[in-house]
Design a protein around this ligand. Structure first.
Ligand code: NAD
Length: 331
């Protein structure tokens, strides 16, 4: 059977990626919406045939408890609202798939994990790159030591964040800037490639526009040390030009993806001249189908809430290093 998904927060990602992706899934269907904007509710009802009794506001989400048509709530609101929407969904008896970053503090991530555990519902973090065949191939190359043991990793993701008037530049709603939003992809990649947890991080920040970026970070460069001795250097920015890559330098060669973090069109090269290139898939459809299958088959997800929480903990350590000017131990 197909599981019913209610999309919570009908912004850009939900409109442009998630709803179209749900149409392509094998195990999900778009069954409901949560929105604060009546005009969006009407547009989504008309476009996707969503029944009136499966349309909720952020204040009426708890009524989903009576709606057997909805199995999963996909939380796609600003970062600092993820906990409240996740907790409301879990209390209504729904499984929760939550956009990255999971939340803006380790404590709030824990509240989300606790709420889903208490409700006996699955909590997943929307780490789409863990479903990208290009990233899975890079993980294979490291695990099978095709180029020997990795020595130095490099990962970076920068975007132009756009206009000043948006929640991404407000600390209260975003929790941080480029690092929380896109730097998290570089951090994730260094963790799933090594299969290790960082023991030390050190970071510096630079701001060229202190007015626009008064409340959040504009650009951060950080280094990470892993227990095996592998080190990574990473970068993120809301302003710097094009940084979109991932590279593993190993004992006997190297491989890289560039671009690495797009929705599609990612590809890469290896030091032996081979290409890393796979047919395009819809990453949002892939992650939703896997989450639904985990529920249907009663197995754990590879992207549980704890995985999202680990990243938030490391992001906070990176910010602490920026503030203190010192390396921060995570051991
Ligand atoms: P957006 O601004 O386009 O959409 C956010 C939605 O939340 C809007 O519909 C808005 O009306 C709603 N909202 C509810 N309460 C709000 C409030 N108090 N203030 C502002 N908006 C409020 O943002 P987006 O780009 O769709 O991002 C949403 C989430 O998805 C974020 O957590 C972001 O990090 C994540 N995201 C993930 C990816 C990915 O590739 N996985 C890409 C983009 C965004």
């Amino acid at each position: 059977r197909k599981l019913g998904v209610a999309v919570c927060g009908l912004g850009k990602l939900s409109t442009d990626q998630i709803a179209p992706a749900l149409m392509k899934t094998k195990h999900c269907r778009l069954a409901g919406i949560v929105t604060g904007t009546p005009a969006k509710a009407e547009a989504w009802k008309a476009k996707y045939g969503i029944p009136a009794n499966s349309v909720y506001s952020y204040d009426t989400m708890q009524r989903m408890a009576d709606n057997p048509d909805i199995d999963i709530v996909y939380v796609v609101t600003p970062n600092a609202l993820h906990a409240q929407h996740t907790i409301q969904a879990a209390r209504a008896g729904k499984h929760v798939f939550c956009e990255k970053p999971m939340e803006i503090s380790v404590e709030r991530c824990q509240q989300m994990i606790d709420a889903c555990r208490d409700a006996k519902r699955l909590l997943g973090t929307a780490y789409r790159c863990q479903y990208d065949p290009h990233h899975l191939e890079c993980i294979r190359l490291v695990r099978e030591q095709v180029f020997g043991k990795p020595t130095i990793l490099q990962a970076g993701f920068a975007i132009d964040v756009g206009p000043a008037d948006q929640w991404r530049l407000k600390r209260e709603l975003a929790g941080g800037g480029a690092l929380m939003d896109v730097g998290i992809y570089a951090l994730q990649a260094t963790r799933y490639l090594t299969g290790e947890e960082p023991i030390l991080v050190s970071a510096v920040e630079t701001k060229t526009d202190p007015v626009k970026f008064a409340e959040v970070d504009e650009s951060i460069v950080w280094t990470t040390k892993f227990p095996s001795g592998v080190v990574a250097y990473c970068s993120t920015s809301y302003k710097a030009g094009r940084i979109q890559n991932l590279r593993v330098n190993a004992e006997n060669g190297w491989f890289e993806l560039d671009p690495a973090f797009f929705y599609d069109g990612n590809h890469g090269r290896r030091s032996d001249g081979k290409e890393i290139r796979f047919p395009e898939i819809d990453l949002f459809a892939a992650e939703m189908d896997d989450f639904a299958q985990c529920i249907l088959e009663g197995r754990p997800t590879k992207v549980p809430g704890e995985e999202g929480q680990r990243d938030v903990r490391i992001l906070q350590a990176i910010y602490e290093s920026v503030r203190s000017g010192r390396a921060v131990s995570l051991a």
